[in-house]
Design a protein around this ligand. Structure first.
Ligand code: HXC
Ligand code: NAP
Length: 284
């Protein structure tokens, strides 16, 4: 479907590029000739992912960076420019999330998600946007969710933050177009990843089965489906797409918006149990 050298000479920076969907996107971008910069908080995870991604033939630079920390972002951008001379494409994919009744959330619980998802996306966009404006070109792809526009109970910090990222995408599509910068977004439905499943579909409660039942196509997304969509959207094939969010969810949100609203049926005792399990895990 794509020219094998589609991204030859292009540098793509993917936050959260060492795991899950970020890593799968990197795999596809690498196969298509890109230079890759992957970042997240854990250097060991990034190094292991870089070893794997190099097998695609890509040159991969793994740099630890917390998207909440502008100083670390400055260092990430400097290292990327040192290695590759430019950053053509930024994929804001890093995120944090968990399920919880909203009344149980502390101020810190709300803040941690908004800081990673919304403020982190802004911080990265601001730092890399400077490079792109100077170059007079660039593409920013933000990974949101379908509940960014519908909202969803039980994931309120994430829903609020992703809605902000969607607004950021559409706003900059207009404001920064004059600098040759396109802004686009993808809204995935459920795609199995360790990061999402461990936090959003804890085993033993039947969440996974119920999640699948909500999807008209009756299956979860495949990583390569999302990776191919991302490759298209950041490529010149999509050069006239600006400010758009593309949904890839098997029709899920149209059948019933707000992926986690059904958690209403989870009894209070189960929430307490989940909380105890989380806290004891944290202590280990
Ligand atoms: C209630 C919680 C909580 C939970 C944490 N907190 N987990 N509150 N329920 N399950 C609260 C803590 O008590 C604390 O509040 C505050 O949040 C910060 O928690 P920490 O554990 O200290 O934060 P930190 O170690 O920085 O970890 C951040 C994290 C963690 C977001 C909580 O889960 C993480 O590192 N996630 C990164 C990866 C991730 O989440 N991937 C999934 C993306 S999936 P106090 O009051 O003590 O400060 C996704 C998919 C959406 O987005 C759609 C799917 C279909
Ligand atoms: P994931 O593997 O947990 O990805 C999240 C990534 O973000 C991790 O690599 C994590 O690495 C990184 N990260 C978290 N906090 C960070 C911080 N402060 N600074 C830098 N990096 C940070 O989960 P995923 O499912 O692949 O999610 C990827 C994206 O897809 C997210 O934006 C998510 O909201 C979106 N999405 C996923 C689904 C799904 O069903 N999987 C559905 C809709 C949307 P570290 O822990 O090493 O920092």
């Amino acid at each position: 479907m794509f020219q094998p050298d589609l991204f030859k000479g292009k540098t793509i920076l993917v936050t959260g590029g060492g795991t899950g969907l970020g890593k799968s996107m990197c795999e596809r971008f690498g196969e298509l000739g890109a230079n890759l910069v992957i970042s997240s908080r854990k250097q060991d995870v990034l190094d292991a992912a870089a070893d794997e991604l190099q097998k695609t033939g890509a040159v991969v630079l793994p740099v630890a960076c917390d998207v909440r920390k502008p100083r670390e972002i400055k260092d990430l951008v400097s290292k990327s420019l040192e290695a590759f001379g430019t950053i053509d494409i930024l994929v804001n994919n890093a995120a944090g999330n968990f399920i919880s009744p909203t009344e149980n959330l502390s101020e810190g619980a709300f803040k941690v998600i908004v800081d990673i998802v919304l403020n982190g996306t802004f911080n990265m966009t601001q730092a890399v946007g400077k490079v792109m404006r100077k170059a007079g070109q660039g593409t920013i792809l933000n990974i949101v969710t379908t509940y960014a526009w519908t909202g969803s109970g039980y994931v309120v910090p994430s829903a609020a933050a992703k809605a902000g990222v969607l607004a950021l995408t559409r706003s900059l599509a207009v404001e920064w177009a004059k600098h040759g910068i396109r802004s686009v977004a993808i809204a995935p439905g459920p795609f199995p990843t360790e990061g999402a499943w461990s936090r959003l579909a804890p085993p033993g409660l039947g969440f996974e089965k119920k999640m699948k039942k909500r999807i008209p196509l009756n299956r979860f997304g495949k990583h390569e489906e999302l990776a191919n969509l991302a490759a298209f959207l950041i490529s010149d094939y999509a050069g006239y797409i600006n400010g758009e969010v593309v949904t890839i969810d098997g029709g899920e949100w149209l059948k019933g918006a707000g992926e986690f609203n059904d958690l209403e049926k989870v009894p209070k005792a189960a929430w307490s149990l989940l909380n105890i399990m989380r806290k004891s895990k944290k202590k280990v």
